[in-house]
Write a protein that binds this ligand. Sequence first.
Ligand code: ADP
Length: 187
Amino acid sequence: MRIVLLGAPGSGKGTQGEKLAAHYGIPKISTGDALRAAVAAGTDLGKKAKAAMDAGKLVANEIVIGIVEERLEQPDAKPGFILDGFPRNTAQAQVLDKLLAGHGQHPIDKAVHLAVDDEEIIHRLHDRAVKEGRHDDQPDVIRHRIEVYNEETHPLLDYYEGQGKLVTLKGVGTVEEIFQGILKIVA
Ligand code: ADP
């Protein structure tokens, strides 16, 4: 199973991605987690990514594409994967399709869109700021991340709709209810 998770920041991609990965026995690949690990480790890549992340901007395509390409080549990702936070713009989605084709891998099966309205998103991200203390969960950065999502990532819904792969469900309810909804819709 090869799934791309789409949705605004705070829509629950990370949580549902973990559950899907465990369910299918395949890795969850999160560019946000990979970038935060690189920042924490102080690598060159982390240094390059940090300013954009702290400002709620997208990190350069070459950086995130490099991360994903390397990760998809690992043996555990051959049977399938759950992508969380990638692709985030049309250029990334096109490269992903090319990468899979180039490596002789199956294309993406489904793009699952977790639809959550802006007001609920803002509320959740403020909660997370208190609980997790992420640098990018400050009010003005949150606002900017939502703008970036609407401008750059939201058009991906059309991209995957055009491929007949888009499934949308409301990302509201208990974690388990949403998870069961995803399983049903991708089956
Ligand atoms: P959220 O889903 O809450 O926005 P993520 O953990 O997915 O958080 O991403 C955090 C930050 O990492 C983003 O705001 C962005 O700066 C960077 N990032 C993650 N994935 C990508 C990507 N595919 N392209 C560009 N930047 C990315």
